[in-house]
Write a protein that binds this ligand. Structure first.
Ligand code: ZN
Ligand code: ZN
Length: 199
């Protein structure tokens, strides 16, 4: 293959956090690296679309360092990266982001050395084949806390910030402001939220 002709691409999808969503830092130890289940699904889908070459090399990974990026597709590496925060929003959003990113890889694989637009007709066609017709280029992920009643309250032991949430936080969630101030934005046990149930 002529390497010069291969178009390198990194396609990112952003999502906007509500103010309250940004207050939390999750301990990153869980879910980073390759996910064998999602990778197997990606491979099966590519095989079903008669793309054995892509089916052989595609890999799906979790990237716990992603902040405002929901998902990312890298070509020609054929890697799909997903933000583990998606799992807290919903499984259907995780699924949709996965298929959106996989569609990029399908479009590039089919295009070969031909140049294509990231969200052009080739990508839209791949979205149809992957079961997400009418998928848009950008994502505005719905955040359920807007409409649902908040049941959990969290206190930062350092700055006494108070956050209310609909869903219960993961065990290892810390105050973002304090982690940013004292620990470069990384998770820090000292600023772990203290939980209280409301109602
Ligand atoms: Zn995209
Ligand atoms: Zn704090």
């Amino acid at each position: 293959m002529d390497n010069r002709a291969v178009e390198k691409a990194v396609l990112q999808m952003q999502f906007s956090f509500e103010e309250t969503e940004r207050c939390e830092v999750r301990k990153p130890r869980f879910r980073s690296g390759r996910d064998s289940g999602w990778t197997a699904r990606a491979r099966l889908l590519c095989a079903q679309l008669s793309l054995p070459g892509l089916a052989e090399k595609v890999v799906v990974k979790w990237n716990g360092r992603m902040r405002s990026t929901a998902g990312r597709a890298t070509w020609p590496d054929a890697v799909v990266e997903l933000n583990p925060a998606l799992l807290e929003i919903s499984t259907s959003e995780t699924e949709r982001t996965f298929l959106h990113e996989l569609a990029h890889l399908v479009a590039y694989e089919r295009a070969g050395n031909r140049r294509i637009k990231p969200h052009g007709p080739e990508w839209r066609r791949a979205c149809c084949h992957l079961g997400i017709p009418g998928e848009r280029a950008g994502h505005n992920l719905p955040l359920p806390s807007r409409t649902m009643r908040r049941r959990w309250r969290y206190f930062c032991p350092e700055c006494w910030a108070v956050i209310e949430r609909v869903r219960r936080m993961e065990n290892c969630s810390a105050c973002y402001a304090c982690c940013l101030k004292y620990n470069r934005g990384e998770y820090d046990e000292r600023f772990r939220f203290v939980e209280k149930r409301i109602s």
